[in-house]
Design a protein around this ligand. Structure first.
Ligand code: DX5
Ligand code: ZN
Length: 220
């Protein structure tokens, strides 16, 4: 049976000067997860924040932290994110040569292990590793920046991955990240996604709008 669709607002679009209050406000507005985008200026052409900032906002919500690591190498930093309060740690398929090993590191720390695919990376790359993943994150923009346009070709990949997950019989979340708004959210849900990341569309307009933003994205 299909899981209800859940939302993971990305604090990349929050006001960094008051990040704790922003996390509390988006939690209050109905976030299911807090999506935390970690960028290193090497794997992606932008720098965001790291484990210290992640840890500093941990006390502002009880919602699970969904940490999206856009860093290479990732392995040396996985324990720091686990220690900072991550619940899900998602690595990029393209960020290292030994994905299986990296997933084992995440799982050995008792965290859910996610894998993210860039727009050009095919679904089939996960064929032999389905038993090891708890979450698959489809990038529907090139990672690095918020506010980009949704890449329509990713809908086919979402459909393929939905089929692979159903066939595996395993409890694997299917998350989509990038350019999610009230037009694209229904498309990715129809294609089989059950977790939506939203940065600009969730944080648009300031805290008094967050609940309406989330409700609109979830079609309620
Ligand atoms: C992009 C990040 C996304 C980003 C989404 O590299 O992984 O999580 O914050 O931003 P929007 O929703 O504005 O496309
Ligand atoms: Zn992300």
């Amino acid at each position: 049976m299909r899981k209800p669709v859940r939302i993971a607002p990305s604090i990349l679009a929050a006001d960094f000067a008051k990040l704790g209050a922003e996390v509390a406000a988006i939690d209050e507005a109905g976030a299911d997860f807090i999506h935390i985008d970690i960028m290193d200026g090497h794997f992606v052409p932008n720098i965001s924040f790291g484990p210290a900032v992640t840890k500093s906002v941990r006390g502002y919500t009880d919602k699970p932290f969904d940490c999206h690591l856009m860093i290479s190498p990732a392995d040396p930093y996985i324990p720091e994110f686990a220690d900072a309060g991550a619940d899900i740690i998602t690595l990029h398929q393209e960020a290292g040569a030994h994905l299986h090993r990296s997933l084992q590191v995440v799982k050995s720390l008792g965290k859910k292990a996610g894998v993210s695919l860039n727009p050009a990376t095919p679904a089939s790359t996960l064929e032999h590793i389905m038993d090891e993943v708890d979450l698959i994150l489809v990038m529907s923009v090139n990672p690095g920046f918020g506010g980009q346009k949704f890449i329509v070709s990713q809908l086919d990949k979402i459909r393929t991955l939905r089929g692979m997950i159903d066939e595996s019989g395993r409890d694997i979340d299917l998350e989509v990240d990038g350019g999610i708004n009230i037009e694209t959210a229904p498309l990715v849900i129809e294609a089989g996604a059950d977790m939506l990341v939203a940065g600009s569309a969730a944080f648009r307009g300031g805290p008094e709008h967050y609940k309406a933003n989330i409700d609109a994205l979830l079609g309620r």
